[in-house]
Write a protein that binds this ligand. Structure first.
Ligand SMILES: Cc1cc2nc3c(=O)[nH]c(=O)nc-3n(C[C@H](O)[C@H](O)[C@H](O)COP(=O)(O)OP(=O)(O)OC[C@H]3O[C@@H](n4cnc5c(N)ncnc54)[C@H](O)[C@@H]3O)c2cc1C
Length: 391
């Protein structure tokens, strides 16, 4: 598998200082994350200090303009950090959600005041960590059916409801909440509201126990008469939340697609090393034709997925990634990654089932890629709607 730094697959879309960023991200992930993964898993969250350290080094909000405290780069820069995090086998740190998703809602729809308040210090420096809360106990795929309300009362919104499965839920200082400002409407009633987590009435549930991504704090959140100023509405008008979500979800799905490809490459590298080291019947298990064929398939699958996702990244950087193509990338890469990592576990034999082996962790971590940011079935629904009628 080619190293991206040697391969330059993003070619023109990458900035000239890309190698410096790659080196910085690699060193950060090797030194600050890799030695601590076991602790993150035990604590069910990363150290809060990790966010501040990343902020200090300029690794947060890489694709946010410099005037808002970001790195002034593009999605290709976010991609470097996502790839390097995958390279050390970490799934605990939710940086791609904070920088690649929540910060971009603010950038795209926030008022100037909201951008200035939240993007430069504190979000770009890691002093404030941000989450996005769409999913509720009663609804996930069917976003129009959310029941959390943000009802206007004078100069405030009163937020009531419950959210679940919220990434970085335990650490978040700011939550972008999808809520109905008009409960009588479906999609047209949804707005996004910024809720600082020190607002009275906001409460976190416990960190949920998951089968994978155990070092990431996924939480339930509760809103009981939480009052925020109407200036916390994202954007200028109520009822725009659903469209805002639809416009931003392609980037979220591209992040999942890229993370899936990077995980495939990680699994491939781990397994290639293992099959050369492990002996059976007097030879390395790579000596068996079956192992060679499986490795050949894994290498091919990963490379095909990488090509497609790199193409999508280039399209996205050029502002041309459409909703169905992002759905294709998410569907294809996450499903393929599941298949590839399953083969890698098999090639590890019993060790592939032991939690201390990175491949076992990759197997359980990857399962959710087919579920969150829209399930595979929803991706297929989106893709099928874009297919042309026969002439
Ligand atoms: C670890 C983790 C982290 C997450 N992080 C966040 C977060 O930060 N913020 C957030 O808001 N959410 C988050 N989620 C929630 C996630 O996005 C939802 O779980 C996901 O969208 C699916 O919703 P659901 O769980 O309600 O499943 P459901 O919508 O109940 O789906 C159940 C099944 O029905 C299928 N289905 C539903 N509708 C259709 C249809 N129209 N056609 C065919 N099949 C259908 C689904 O594909 C699925 O197989 C996270 C989830 C997990 C597990």
């Amino acid at each position: 598998m080619r190293d991206r730094r040697e391969g330059e697959r993003l070619g023109d879309q990458r900035e000239p200082d890309d190698h410096d960023l790659r080196d910085l991200a690699r060193t950060f992930c090797e030194k600050e994350i890799k030695p601590n993964i076991e602790r993150y898993i035990a604590d069910k969250q990363v150290d809060r200090e990790l966010w501040r350290r990343a902020g200090e080094l300029g690794l947060l909000c890489l694709s946010i303009p410099e005037e808002y405290g970001g790195g002034g780069g593009t999605f290709a820069h976010e991609a470097v950090l996502i790839e390097e995090q995958a390279r050390v086998g970490d799934s605990s740190w939710g940086a791609s959600l904070h920088s690649g998703i929540v910060a971009h809602y603010l950038l795209a729809y926030g008022t100037e005041e909201q951008k200035q308040r939240w993007l430069p210090p504190p979000m770009a420096t890691g002093e404030v960590v941000a989450a996005i809360a769409m999913t509720e106990p009663g609804t996930g795929s069917d976003l129009q059916g959310i029941r959390t309300k943000a009802i206007r009362d004078g100069e405030e919104y009163v937020v009531n409801g419950a959210k679940t499965f919220i990434t970085i839920g335990a650490q978040a200082d700011l939550v972008l909440v999808a809520a109905k400002t008009d409960p009588d409407e479906a999609a047209a009633g949804i707005s996004l509201v910024l809720v600082p987590t020190d607002t009275p009435g906001f409460r976190r549930g416990r960190v949920l126990d998951k089968i994978g991504m155990k070092g990431q704090d996924t939480c339930e959140l509760f809103f009981d008469d939480v009052r925020v100023p109407t200036s916390n509405l994202l954007g200028e008008k109520e009822g725009e939340g659903f469209v805002q979500l639809m416009m931003q979800l392609p980037q979220e799905r591209l992040i999942v697609a890229l993370a899936s490809v990077a995980a495939m490459e990680f699994a491939y590298a781990e397994t290639l090393r293992y099959v050369h080291e492990r002996q059976a019947f007097g030879r390395p298990i790579f000596g068996f034709q079956n192992t060679k064929f499986e490795m050949a398939e894994i290498a091919t699958e990963a490379r095909v997925a990488r090509s497609f996702v790199d193409e999508c990244i280039s399209l996205h950087v050029a502002g041309e990634l459409d909703i169905p193509t992002a759905a294709m990338a998410k569907y294809w890469s996450s499903e393929r990654a599941g298949r590839v990592v399953d083969k890698c576990v098999q090639l590890h034999g019993g060790y592939g089932f032991m939690e201390e082996y990175p491949i076992a962790r990759a197997f359980t971590d990857l399962r959710v890629q087919r579920i969150y940011a829209g399930t595979t079935e929803i991706m297929k629904e989106i893709i099928s709607r874009s297919l042309p009628e026969p002439a």
